[in-house]
Design a protein around this ligand. Structure first.
Ligand code: B12
Ligand code: SF4
Length: 462
């Protein structure tokens, strides 16, 4: 069978760099060799010709199956209200117009978050692969005529959309075959100087249960680890064959469980690989030794999400740490200036108090000061997603509009999907005002660097 896998067109070329489509490469790598597989990423073409790149592939390859990744729904950033999902219905309509008999399959994190809504929204979708796709997609390809027998796959019949039930998440200890992956999709366009474009996963799952986060829903709450040697074999292959120098560990959290991260760092050091990388890390288990080791292994950027700066807030987020861990991390970071650090906080959450709002302001100003030129703070609002605990909270706090309408399609609808503590509109307004004053008045006067970026409001001094 001819299988064409297409990355989602992001719909814009600013603040939407094409990142290596790891999900598509992973599912393609698991298909039997008897199939012909092609992967394309329209984001590598200019926006004006992006659909032509899909059209060309369809005409020359004549696929029996087109698999479209619906990875992104929206920016998750209230200050950058852009909806990526809007490219999907049009892409699917145009594919079906070109080749009406094709089996149209979708999957991806964005699809999984809103699976039923999307199946109902776009009737041209024949099958929807829920959560991780390595096994479900492979089985679906073999049983296109009997989808009811494939767990984890939505399918359509005359009477509507059906789902035979979930499949347990696939093992992640399989040995990767980076040469096969590279033969399926040339990694060269993604090998750049930007740490965030090429992602390497060392594990799946996250055992924390932060109330706003959908990662445990997407990848489970138990860690599935790859053998550190296998991870570093992949890095080494990409360094030697493609000149990879910079990448991200795209794990939800890199340094938990800690021995696994330590083994990966040691393996990189032992093999003498000259790489630089970024990672998302947990603060509760950091140590001087871990910072030293990761810097030696090439870490150049660590991102932390304390989310709150008070005991009450950290308890609400279930962070398994207290304020002293934030202080400790900053002190250690002050001794390791070869890396940069980002600290993410929320401006509003259910345990927010006036005291926290005031305390947070001080922290947000001081962290970049204490980590002069190497630390920044990002401030954001919580985007409410289904299958998160905070979704239940907003409903109980009396925001019934957020019950059904979480798949926003316009910027206006999107801005309504963020958490605002009831009766705290003044604090919310105050933060917005302070951020604007800092950006338009303090920054030009003091020449501090403070700008609106895609994630939120990063705050750092230069
Ligand atoms: C790492 C990461 C990043 C890194 C990427 C680093 C890198 N080079 O890879 C960075 C920081 C750059 C990033 C950026 C963004 N990200 Co991001 N990111 C992630 C994260 C944590 C992991 C993604 C990943 O690599 N997964 C590993 C691969 C193997 O998994 P996968 O892609 O999901 O694919 C599997 C399945 O989904 C399925 N599948 C995927 N595609 C298809 C297609 C078919 C046909 C089938 C059958 C199956 C299938 O099978 C695959 C294998 O199991 C996810 C959260 C998560 N846990 O998924 C968020 C996530 C994907 N990001 C998200 C977003 C929003 C963004 C940004 C738009 C944020 C922003 N405002 O800038 C940007 C956009 C990036 C860009 N293109 O410019 C959202 C997307 C959903 C949504 N809410 O809209 C997620 C889900 C997080 C969230 N909170 O909801 N991200
Ligand atoms: S926010 Fe981070 S630590 Fe918390 S559940 Fe999500 S991935 Fe895990």
């Amino acid at each position: 069978m001819n299988i064409l896998l297409v990355q989602q067109e992001m719909g814009r070329r600013v603040r939407a760099n094409p990142v290596y489509p790891r999900g598509l490469v992973d599912i393609a790598s698991c298909l039997p060799a008897s199939h012909r597989v092609k992967i394309i990423d329209p984001n590598l073409s200019p926006l004006s010709t992006s659909f032509e790149s899909i059209e060309q592939a369809i005409k020359s390859f004549r696929p029996d199956i087109v698999g479209l990744s619906i990875k992104y729904i929206d920016t998750t950033n209230r200050l950058d209200p852009y909806v990526f999902y809007n490219t999907v219905p049009e892409t699917i309509a145009r594919i079906k117009e070109l080749i009406p008999a094709v089996n149209m399959v979708v999957g991806g994190a964005g699809f999984s978050i809103f699976s039923r809504e999307i199946m109902e929204d776009i009737p041209q979708i024949d099958f929807g692969v829920f959560l991780e796709g390595e096994e479900s997609f492979r089985d679906l390809v073999d049983h296109l005529d009997k989808p009811a027998s494939v767990p984890g796959v939505y399918y359509r019949e005359k009477d509507g959309v059906h789902f035979p039930g979930c499949r347990s998440l696939p093992s992640f200890s399989r040995k990767a075959d980076p040469a096969k992956a590279a033969s399926l999709l040339d990694p060269s366009p993604y090998i750049t100087n930007d740490l965030k474009i090429f992602g390497i996963q060392t594990k799946r799952g996250c055992s924390f249960h932060c109330p706003y986060c959908n990662y445990p829903f997407l990848n489970g709450d138990r860690y599935r680890l790859r053998d550190p040697k296998d991870v570093v074999d992949e890095i080494q292959f990409l360094c030697e064959k493609y000149g990879l120098k910079k990448f991200s560990f795209s794990d939800n959290i890199f340094n938990v469980p800690s021995p696994h991260a330590v083994s990966i760092c040691n393996e990189i050091i032992d093999r003498g690989l000259k790489v630089e990388w970024a990672a998302w890390c947990d603060m509760s288990s950091v140590s001087d030794e871990f910072f030293r080791l990761s810097a030696q292994a090439g870490c150049r950027s660590m991102e932390f999400s304390p989310d709150s700066s008070t005991k009450e807030g950290l308890n609400y987020f279930g962070k398994k740490m207290d304020v002293t861990d934030i202080e400790k991390t900053i002190r250690i970071a002050q001794r390791h200036r070869q890396m940069t650090y980002a600290f993410n906080f929320f401006c509003s959450h259910p345990a927010m108090t006036l005291k926290e709002a005031m305390k947070s302001l001080v922290w947000w100003l001081f962290i970049p000061f204490l980590l002069w030129k190497s630390g920044r703070v990002s401030l954001g609002w919580i985007r409410i997603y289904p299958n998160t605990r905070i979704h239940e909270t907003v409903l109980s706090e009396g925001f019934p509009s957020l019950k059904e309408n979480l798949l926003a399609k316009t910027a206006e609808e999107f801005t309504k999907t963020f958490y605002h503590k009831k009766h705290f509109w003044l604090i919310d307004w105050m933060f917005s005002l302070i951020l604007k004053i800092a950006e338009y008045i303090i920054k030009p006067i003091l020449k501090i660097h403070f700008r609106v970026r895609r994630e939120s409001y990063p705050f750092y001094y230069e």
